[in-house]
Design a protein around this ligand. Structure first.
Ligand code: URA
Length: 211
């Protein structure tokens, strides 16, 4: 995909925390804390090009012009359920952001992604959406979520994940070459069950302690 953008976050702090998260001995609470910290760092990168507006303020010494972001223009769109693990860290950096949720499941017969929940803030045409899901594995649910979001015509869409598989990136950008992907790592590939290798296992199970 010649024009598709992938931002690979190679910051040492992110790589360090990701390595600790990959370790199968990491406890649920440890995994969750590291994911929270990583989401903070990801948010710092994701907000790098956020628009600023000028405001007149007064310091204790004099009047000056400052610059503020309008956090309300950002929407974090969580793909259920694992995307929720990235949300709190993102909101800590952009507390005014709005939050949307997208629930999809895979139909066992057709293997198509079926929507069971979709709730977004109003006026998406004025907002920039960052879709959150820790794992871009096959890319099917990410692509389906973005297809659904595009129907609401947000001002912009980006996709952010912790790990991406090359197959998932290819599938996703095959359908949505206009949507940049931000990821902390591009792993080797997928196993026969669609898990990322070396990966970190089932992100939802590791966040919520369900295994
Ligand atoms: N979803 C996960 O949680 N982990 C994977 O490796 C792939 C998809």
């Amino acid at each position: 995909m010649p024009n598709a953008v992938v931002h690979h976050l190679t910051h040492p702090l992110i790589q360090h925390k990701l390595t600790l998260m990959r370790d199968k001995e990491r406890s649920t609470s440890g995994f969750r804390r590291l994911l929270h910290e990583t989401a903070l760092l990801m948010a710092y990168e994701l907000t790098r090009d956020m628009p600023l507006h000028a405001v007149e303020i007064e310091t204790p010494l004099e009047k000056t012009t400052g610059f503020l972001i309008d956090g309300k223009k950002t929407v974090f769109a969580v793909i259920l359920r694992a995307g929720a693990g990235l949300l709190d860290g993102m909101l800590e950096v952009v507390p005014g952001a709005r939050v949307g949720h997208i629930g999809l499941y895979r139909d066992p017969k057709t293997l198509a992604a079926v929507e069971y929940y979709f709730k977004m803030p109003e006026h998406l045409g004025e907002r920039d959406v960052i879709v959150l899901d820790p794992m871009l594995a096959t890319g099917h649910s990410a692509a389906a979520a973005v297809t659904r979001l595009k129907a609401e015509r947000p001002r912009s869409i980006r996709f952010a994940c912790l790990l991406a598989a090359p197959e998932g990136l290819a599938h996703f950008h095959g359908l949505h070459p206009d949507v940049p992907v931000t990821t902390c790592a591009i792993d080797r590939g997928l196993d026969d069950h669609g898990y990322i290798l070396p990966g970190l296992g089932d992100a939802g199970d590791r966040i919520f302690g369900t295994q």
